[in-house]
Write a protein that binds this ligand. Structure first.
Ligand code: HEC
Ligand code: HEC
Length: 290
């Protein structure tokens, strides 16, 4: 099965889960509405959406343009890419709302919506526009196995320790260590923006948890992100290598015949001791005096 077909299958599973959930909600006599948001919560969510999202995505969430420009903004309603975990992810990591002057710049991260408001907005949009999917529930994982899963599937873009950074040719990936297990699980299945999505066939749920455990462990080790960045950035790496080689060459020169432009430590030492009389003479003088 090709990567694309697998991703499609993954989506079918997600959509099927969403449809089942909606069907279950509809079947309950109380109805979906009463189970989800209270009137006050819905009002709060609508206000947050109006202030933080509607200027670009439209009051009806059908997309539009960035105000004052012709730059297109994708729809959130009726957009097959947009799911509950995608909505949660973009607000959780601060990718949305973006800076007004450059909403396409994927380097900006600014979390402006708190946990409570975020969950309200997600639930509100899901309810209003039948957006499918669920926010994943984190389970415990094994960091050692996660390291391997990450090395195989993620390191080529995010660096071996998830430090992110300049991936070459103008491409940029965000740091992922320290983003939390839920954001990791969401991103793996969603494939936000330029990132590919991974289906449960490619990365099963236990491996998603393993990756989250690995990234958690990396985040707790303060030293590693720097190494990750150097690994990922060939300019830094070659600069460091050049300094290292220069240091070795200079040490070898020093050992095997000092060049004339090198200071002579032995000479300096002699100059420093020259005024003193030889040790033996001093001893003799002292003896004569006593
Ligand atoms: C300043 C304008 C602006 C605001 C405000 C804004 N967005 Fe966006 N949004 C964009 C643009 C532009 C894109 C497409 C970016 C890209 O493709 O790089 C986008 C993309 C998205 C996507 C991905 C859609 C897809 O098809 O992949 C989601 C989800 C999203 N926005 C949700 C939100 C939510 C939720 C809010 C409010 C909390 C919000 N946005 C606020 C401009 C905005
Ligand atoms: C082909 C390159 C690529 C691969 C492979 C990849 N990612 Fe990503 N990932 C990206 C890019 C690019 C973004 C940022 C998308 C955006 O916001 O525009 C991203 C975003 C993320 C985010 C959201 C962080 C944030 O601040 O927006 C997480 C979490 C993440 N990736 C985890 C992973 C994990 C775990 C894997 C491996 C299973 C992986 N990625 C594989 C390129 C990749």
């Amino acid at each position: 099965m090709s990567q694309r077909n697998r991703a499609l299958l993954g989506w079918l599973v997600v959509v099927a889960a969403g449809v089942t959930l909606l069907a279950a909600r509809g079947a309950s006599p109380a109805g979906a509405q009463s189970e989800a948001l209270t009137a006050a919560q819905r009002e709060r969510a609508a206000t947050v959406y109006a202030v933080q999202c509607a200027t670009c995505h439209g009051a009806d969430a059908r997309g539009g343009v960035v105000p004052g420009t012709d730059d297109p903004v994708p729809a959130l309603a009726g957009n097959p890419d947009v799911t509950v975990p995608y909505l949660d992810l973009v607000m959780r990591v601060g990718r949305m709302p973006p800076p007004e002057n450059d909403p396409y710049d994927n380097r900006a991260r600014n979390v402006v919506i708190g946990d409570t408001d975020r969950l309200l907005v997600v639930e509100y949009l899901a309810e209003q526009f039948d957006i499918p999917g669920l926010i994943p529930v984190p389970i415990g994982g094994d960091a050692a196995r996660g390291r391997e899963v990450f090395a195989t599937n993620c390191a080529q873009c995010h660096g071996s320790t998830g430090a992110g950074g300049v991936a070459g040719a103008g491409a940029w990936t965000p740091p992922v260590a320290g983003k939390g297990a839920i954001a990791i699980a969401e991103a793996i299945r969603v494939g936000p923006f330029q990132m590919p999505a991974f289906s449960p066939e490619q990365i099963p749920a236990e491996q998603v948890a393993d990756v989250a455990a690995f990234l958690q462990e990396v985040d707790e080790d303060a030293g590693t992100p720097v190494t990750g960045l150097i690994e990922l950035n060939p300019v830094y790496a070659s600069g460091l290598a050049a300094i290292f080689v220069l240091a070795i060459v200079l040490s070898l020169l020093w050992i095997a015949g000092r060049p004339s432009w090198f200071p002579d430590p032995a000479g300096q030492h002699r100059r420093g001791t020259q005024p003193d009389a030889p040790v033996g003479a001093t001893m003799a003088d002292q003896e004569t005096r006593s």
